[in-house]
Design a protein around this ligand. Sequence first.
Ligand code: FES
Length: 185
Amino acid sequence: MTEQTNEEEPLDPQRREFMAKAVSVFAGGAIVSIPVGAGVATLFSPLLGEGQGGVRIRLAAVEDLPADGSPKLYQVVAERSDAWTKYPAKPLGSVFLRKLEDGGVQAFNSSCPHAGCSVGFRARDEVFYCPCHESTFLLDGSRGEVCVSPRGLDSLEVDQEKLKEGEVWVTFQNFAAGIEDKKAI
Ligand code: FES
């Protein structure tokens, strides 16, 4: 369904514009996180939909992640093409990656499970923070002390075999907001 493309290839103008917008959104608030990476999935079928099981994508090398366990944000961008047309790159969302002490990597969809706003990371307090209704989430993604979200951040599957090779591959998926259950959409 999906294949990797090299994340280090030069950004085309459309993707550069998207990245610039993403940076400005985060830089405009009190949240210190800004996107620092991007993974590009090449799709040969329609974009994410129910029942497709998400998009498998390479986001980083393990060594790219901070050793102290603080999260790093990655944009997920999809390119789609068929036999005749290459469609413009389209952002699907973004993912926080975090290195664990045991060598594992945790991945969270950065979309707030309350109403879908973009969650940032407040390094000062070591919490994920959603500015829309001021919810906090702990480093492990669970609900913080102040949180109106019905569930913690949505974790994403990390490919354990690729991790052994030093690569972080994630199955990216969006989930329904506003409900207690984690329901893929
Ligand atoms: S959308 Fe995040 S707390 Fe409401």
